[in-house]
Write a protein that binds this ligand. Structure first.
Ligand code: ATP
Ligand code: LTN
Length: 332
């Protein structure tokens, strides 16, 4: 492309996108497309580390493309693609597997969590997941990778792999920085505010496609804290429930924590919870409506991901050729 800094990120279509995905990384992506050369993809290859229903996976992948566009990712201004459409990711992943240590993969917290959760299917893909993610990243030579807090360890191992490879072969890969937003980096479940909001915990999770009345219901039922002061105050350790709602409200409205404390001073939680619900419902309404409109135009979505795969392949194959040459493979 044209000498701008490069940015890349992806989300797995392993479930419907939720408020944590949106307020953490996704909301910030459209701000970046003017300034950076951006690649955003549906990480479908990653999803099969856990069993998927094939029809559901296809549907969710397509919905996710529509949601990316509805959130403001103009396909004319950034590259939107499906990970499995660019085989260079998996090709680089094999090479990087041979430059990644068993011990470092064994320390990854996501591997430990997911193998505990899916004890009947602790497959090798789940173990080498971070290597595929490193390949996804390094193949586009990005400067930044915007993700939520929980993905930081994966970007760090990617940096370690890149530095190890560069140490042997010279400066092949740019070593990228994670980019983690200050507000919204870790949205917690509305039911259990000590665990992160996640698509696998349905009740405490708000999905981007949910109707306003369902969103309101979830916020009205959100767990607040059992402290006696009953006031809206930001104190994550003492008041995790209220502080999480404040984080959501701040991210959805752009207000500061001080503004929010002043707005609800002396009012308890009765007005605060529906106000957060309303702010979220209003933020998500245009995204849901635009997603529905786009999903009705399959031909357009196909044209977006086809063009995206072509542009992404061009950049990815350039890095792959360089890597193959460095390690000593004969060019075809
Ligand atoms: P799972 O339920 O399988 O753990 P997930 O809901 O955590 O999935 P991912 O696909 O792993 O979602 O994450 C996609 C992106 O959203 C990542 O950048 C991740 O850091 C971010 N993210 C996920 N959950 C949250 C959250 N609760 N708050 C902020 N960011 C989040
Ligand atoms: N592991 C990420 C998805 C992902 C990703 C990436 C994010 C796969 N490859 C490359 C950033 C860059 C997740 O959200 N669970």
């Amino acid at each position: 492309m044209d000498g701008k800094k490069v940015m890349l990120s992806g989300i797995q279509p392993s479930g419907d996108l939720h408020l944590g995905n949106y307020l953490g990384p996704l909301r910030h992506w459209p701000e970046m497309i003017e300034e950076f050369d951006c690649y955003f993809f549906m990480a479908d290859l990653h999803t099969i580390t856990v069993r998927q229903d094939p029809a559901q996976l296809r549907k969710r992948t397509l919905t996710q493309i529509a949601q990316y566009i509805a959130c403001g990712l103009d396909p004319e201004k950034c590259v939107l693609f499906v990970q499995s459409h660019v085989p260079a990711h998996t090709q680089l992943s094999w090479v990087l597997n041979c430059y990644t240590m068993f011990g470092e993969l064994n320390r990854m917290t996501q591997f430990k969590d997911k193998s505990a959760k899916h004890a009947e299917n602790v497959n090798a893909g789940l173990f080498t997941y971070p290597v595929l993610m490193a390949a996804d990243i390094l193949i586009y030579q990005p400067d930044f990778v915007p993700v939520g807090e929980d993905q930081k360890q994966h970007v760090e191992i990617c940096r370690d792999i890149a530095e190890r490879f560069n140490g042997v072969y010279g400066d092949v890969f740019r070593v990228p920085e994670p980019y983690i937003a200050k507000v919204g980096a870790r949205i917690m479940s509305l039911n259990t505010p000590d665990t992160k909001m996640s698509k696998s915990l349905h009740e405490g999770c708000v999905f981007l496609m949910e109707k306003p009345e369902d969103i309101m219901r979830k916020f009205k039922r959100a767990v607040t804290d059992s402290d006696t002061e009953r006031c809206v105050r930001y104190a994550p350790a003492e008041k995790p429930g209220v502080s999480n709602l404040m984080q959501i409200y701040a991210a959805a409205t752009g207000k500061t924590y001080e503004d929010i404390e002043a707005e609800f001073a002396g009012q308890g939680y009765g007005k605060f919870k529906p106000a957060v619900g309303e702010a979220v419902a209003e933020t998500l309404r245009p995204i849901r409506e635009e997603t529905e409109r786009l999903l009705a135009d399959k031909a357009y979505l196909e044209s977006v991901y086809r063009a995206g795969a072509e542009k992404a392949s061009y950049a990815a194959e350039k890095t792959l050729r360089k890597v193959y040459k460095k390690v000593g493979f004969i060019a075809r």
